[in-house]
Design a binder for this molecule. Structure first.
Ligand code: DQA
Length: 145
């Protein structure tokens, strides 16, 4: 078995974490989260890449690139694209990489437009409401596979 590889994708506005609505998203910055994930991966000898974009097309192209440079798993917080993007859903289906959907906030306790996800029915799992811990829970699950 080769080295395990994981791509972590953060959608729009998540670059604002730390200052953005801390009551929903906590006080950790995206750099804090990514550095903690990288530290875990280094210790476990997992290959882990993190990627954030505010642009739907860039996220789609990042996913398409996996058809050449495959990874074992995706951890994705599609952010607002969760509720709108059939295109990102289709991109993941096209490359057939399993994924875990993560949300910092409990989207089901918020506005009704956040209750529907274009990803959940094809995700291995959905983690929401655990704040940044959701990413680490997803990582630990994948790591032990
Ligand atoms: C989010 C929830 C989404 O509804 C919202 O648009 C986000 C972040 C979360 O992590 O809780 O940007 O995905």
């Amino acid at each position: 078995m080769g080295t395990k590889s994981i791509l972590v994708i953060h959608g729009p506005n998540l670059n604002m974490l730390g200052t953005r609505e801390p009551q929903h998203y906590g006080s950790q910055t995206l750099a804090d989260i990514d550095q903690r994930l990288q530290a875990l991966a280094r210790a476990d000898q997992v290959r882990l890449e993190t990627f954030q974009s505010n642009a739907e097309a860039e996220i789609i192209e990042k996913i398409h690139a996996l058809s050449v440079n495959r990874v074992d798993y995706i951890i994705i917080n599609p952010a607002a694209f969760t509720h709108t993007s059939i295109a990102i859903r289709d991109a993941i289906s096209a490359v057939k990489v399993p994924f875990i959907e993560v949300h910092l906030s409990n989207v089901h306790a918020r506005e009704s437009f956040r209750h529907h996800s274009y990803f959940s029915d094809i995700a291995t799992a959905v983690i929401c409401g655990l704040g940044a811990e959701g990413y680490f829970a997803a990582y630990r699950y994948i790591q032990q596979l």
